[in-house]
Write a protein that binds this ligand. Structure first.
Ligand code: GRF
Length: 230
């Protein structure tokens, strides 16, 4: 069955970004919005960590920055907060706490996540370290829809990043993040502008208004750093 995904309404796509950490991906999304490249507007930023750099970045950009403390019924708290902002799309950008089945069900096919590996390899925590320890030569990042599993939802876009001989987990993660900062705004824009269809697990990207070929590579194009495969 083919399913359209967000945006739900006729206006610009409303987004809530959820982030626990430094917020460099959030920053890339804020910058894309400011440059008119996001295809929608970030209504609010939620975090579960009081000192998160993401909250600072949100405030600096003039966005509501909300701290959600994990206590009591976490899913209920998330649902109530999201209901205040009525997002078409929820964008997880380094959000370290799992969203429960009630949240996933309420926002089915409307939650995106970015993960620092080429899924389905290395789901879960410490993906760059585990990729390094496994000895892969190429890793990367994946933007996917969130389902009930850990990093298991349908894949929207991926980009490859080479592993270098001298890498440690930090240098590799930083190289991946530089690519994430281009991939995530591009992926969000595709969804926000209604160019994404789901066919079971497979995500189909419709041609843009210009009739261009979208974010995907030429079939058979060589893998290069940050080469987007969607
Ligand atoms: C990113 O590498 C992302 O892939 C992972 O968490 C990290 C968040 O980094 N899910 P930042 O807070 O956006 O800098």
């Amino acid at each position: 069955m083919t399913q359209g995904v967000a945006p739900a309404g006729p206006g610009p796509c409303r987004m809530v970004v959820m982030a626990s950490g430094a917020g460099t991906n959030l920053q890339a999304l804020l910058d894309a919005e400011a440059a008119g490249r996001l295809g929608g507007q970030i209504a609010a930023v939620l975090s579960d960590r009081p000192g998160a750099g993401a909250l600072e970045r949100a405030r600096a950009a003039g966005k509501p920055a909300i701290l959600l403390r994990p206590a009591g019924d976490w899913d209920r708290a998330v649902l109530d907060e999201l209901a205040r902002w009525q997002p078409d799309l929820v964008v997880l950008a380094g959000f370290m706490r799992l969203l429960g089945p009630a949240v996933v069900a309420a926002y089915r096919n409307r939650i995106l996540n970015i993960h620092p590996s080429l899924l389905p390899a290395f789901p879960g925590k410490d993906a760059p370290r585990r990729a390094l320890e496994h000895g892969v030569k190429v890793t990367g990042c994946t933007v996917h829809f969130v389902d009930e599993g850990v990093d298991t939802g349908p894949i929207l876009l991926q980009a490859a990043v080479p592993v270098r001989d001298g890498d440690d987990p930090q240098t590799l993660h930083r190289r991946i993040q530089r690519v994430e900062h281009r991939l995530y705004p591009a992926a969000v824009r595709l969804v926000a502008t209604g160019r994404v269809r789901l066919e079971g697990r497979r995500v189909r990207i419709l041609k843009g208004p210009s009739g261009g070929r979208g974010a995907g590579p030429r079939p058979g194009a060589p893998v290069r750093e940050g080469g987007v495969a969607g």
